[in-house]
Ligand binder design. Sequence first.
Ligand SMILES: [Fe+2]
Length: 339
Amino acid sequence: MRSDADQYLDHEDYPEELNVEEFNQISPKVLEGFPRGSFPLSLFRFRKKLNCLTPLYMAGDPVTPKDMEWYVHLANKGRLFFSRNDQEIYVRCAAGDLEAALDDPNLTPEDLAGLFVREIAKRQTAFYDNTIAKELDHLAEAVDMLSVYVGVDFDNADLLVSVAHRNRDRDRQRVNAGVVALAIYVHLNRDRVIIENLSTVAMGCFLYDIGMSRVSKLMTDKSGQLSTAERRKLREHPHRGCEMLKRLGIEDEEILEACAQHHERLDGTGYPMQLKGKEIGLYGRILAVADSYCAMVTDRPHSPRRNAVDAAVELLKMSKAYDKRICKALVEYLQGIPG
Ligand SMILES: [Fe+2]
C-alpha cells in the first residue's frame, strides 16, 4: 500500500499544463513546521476535476487545527501550492523544521544558506541572552542540520560565507565569524573532513565567544581606553566561557579549545594564558583568525569596515601572531567566492 508521502513524491496528479514557473508544491513536512494560528503566505489547491489551481487560504487569515489537518492532507496528496512570488516567505517558514527544509526541492542551496545563517544567528543570540540548556539544545539542533548541509557538499560552505558577507552589521559579527571559521576548517581539511566530527567543530565555531555574554555591553561599546579593571575583566572571558560550557555538560575538546584559545597569539602576546606556538591547537588558531577577520570587516562606529580580501591579507602579513597556513587558506578562499 502506498503512503501519503509516496503520493507526494510521485506527483501523480500533477498536471502538465500547470505553470510551474508561478507555483510550487508545498512539502507536507515543511507545512507542519509553519507558524501555528496563521500563515504569512497564501495557499492554492489543485482541483483535479477542473485541472487548475484555485485560491484556498489568504495570508494572515486564522488557521484552526481542523484547517491544518485539511491542508496537511492536501499537501500529502501533492495538491497544495504556493505562489513563487512568496518564495522568500516560504523559505522563512521552512525554518520551523530544518530537517524537512533540507529535503524540500523548493529550496535551492542558496535559499538554505540564507535560512541557516538567519536561523543560527537567531538561536545563537537567544543562547547568549539566556545561557540555559534549552537554548543550547535549540542551537545545537540547527548546527546539526547545518553540518548535514555542509557535509553533503563542501561548496555549501562557500554559499554560507557569501550570504554571511551580505550583512556585516555588528550584531551579525558573531554568526559571521562562526561561518568563516567553519569554512576555513572545511577548506583546510577538504580531503579528510570527518562528517561525524563536523557538527562538534561547528558548535565550537558558534559558541567560542560565549564568555562575552557576561561582559557588559557598556564596556564593549566604550569608545575610550578601558581601565585596568575593565581590561582584566575582558581578558577573563575565554576562561569564563569555558566554565559556562562545562557547567552545561560540554566536554568536547574542539569546542573548549576554540573558546579558551581564540585570543591566544603564536608569539605569546595573546590572552588569557599567553600560550605560544604549538601550545595553541588547530581550533584555537582557526577561531583566532576568524574572530579577528570578522572584527576587521564589520561596520563599527569608530572604524569603517575593511574590504574582505584586504583584511585577510593583512592578517597573513602578521604571521608572528596568526597561523600563516590558516590566513593563506582564508585569502585563497575569499578570492574564490563572490562578494
Ligand atoms: Fe573573544
